[in-house]
Design a protein around this ligand. Sequence first.
Ligand SMILES: Nc1nc2c(c(=O)[nH]1)N[C@H]1C(S)=C(S)[C@@H](COP(=O)(O)O)O[C@H]1N2
Ligand SMILES: [Mo]
Length: 299
Amino acid sequence: MRFKTKLTWADVTPEAAYLNRRQIMTGAAGLALGSIAGPAFAAPELGEPNSFEDITSYNNYYEFGTGKEDPARYAGKLTTDPWAVQIDGLVERPGNYDLADVLKGMDIEERIYRLRCVEAWSMVIPWNGFELRALLEKVGVQPSAKYVAFETVARREEMPGLYSPVLDWPYVEGLRLDEAMHPLTLIATGLYGRELPNQNGAPLRLVVPWKYGFKSIKSIVRITLTDKEPPTSWNKANAREYGFYSNVNPEVDHPRWSQATERVIGGGLFSAKQPTEMFNGYGDEVAALYAGMDLKKNY
Ligand SMILES: Nc1nc2c(c(=O)[nH]1)N[C@H]1C(S)=C(S)[C@@H](COP(=O)(O)O)O[C@H]1N2
Ligand SMILES: [Mo]
C-alpha cells in the first residue's frame, strides 16, 4: 500500500512511548542538572515523525528492486555483520575499519530530519547516528582533500536488483568537504532508537537532510577523501536530471515534474501537497555553503 490512513501521533505505539520517554528524560535531565549545556549543535526539528511502519515499508533501495516495497521484502537477506568500511584516499589514517572501530568514540544522538525525495514525496525520520565530521576527524583529513566519495556494498548473492542495469553498480555518492563536515550531515546507525533496518541502509548510511534523498547513500562500505568531484550514480545515469549538488530547491524543477510541492507520506490519499522549502527547510544552517553559487546551474 502506498498510501496509509493517517494515525494521530498518540495512536502510534511504540513510537509514541519512545518519544514520551525522550521528553521525560529531557525534562528530568533539565531538572536534575539545571542549565547543563546541550549538544554542541542543535539541529532544528521540522515536523512530526512518520510512523516506524511508513519509514520501513516505503523505501528506495534499488539494489533490492525499484518498487517501494521491494527493500522491505528483500533487504533482510543482506549480511550486515561482520561489516567493515574502507576509508582511504587523502586521509592520515587509512584502513579497513571494522564497524566497531568506526563506532568507537562516536556520540550517538537522535536527529529528527525531513527526508525529501527527488520524486516529490517526503517524510520525517527520527534517526540515531553521529556526525560524519567526527569520523572524518578521527581518520584525519589531509589538507589537499576537497570532496568525500561514498560507496554502497554490492553483493549479487544478496541484492537481486544488481541484476538490473537501472544504475551502474555499486551505488556511489559524494559531497564537497564542507558539506561533509557540516554538523547536520549524519551517519545514521538507527531509527526510533532501534537498530537501523536493512531497508533503510544498515548498518551505516549517510543522511544529508537539505539534499534530495538519493544523496543519502545506504549501507556504506567505502569512504574516500579526494581532491576531485567524485562521480555519483544518479548523475551518471542522467546528468541533465540529477546534478552533483542536488540541494532541495522548489525553484528548480526536475525536467519531468515540478519540485515546488511534495506529497507527505502517511498524510492520506486525499491530503493536500505541502510546499517544498528551499534546502528542505534547513536554509538557516546551510545556505552559507552556497554563497555566490548559481543554484540553477549547480543543481
Ligand atoms: N545504495 C543506495 N542508497 C540509496 C538509494 C538506493 O537506491 N541505493 N536510494 C536513495 C533514495 S532515492 C532515497 S529517497 C533514500 C530513501 O531512504 P529511506 O528508504 O531510508 O527512506 O535513500 C537513498 N539512498
Ligand atoms: Mo529519492
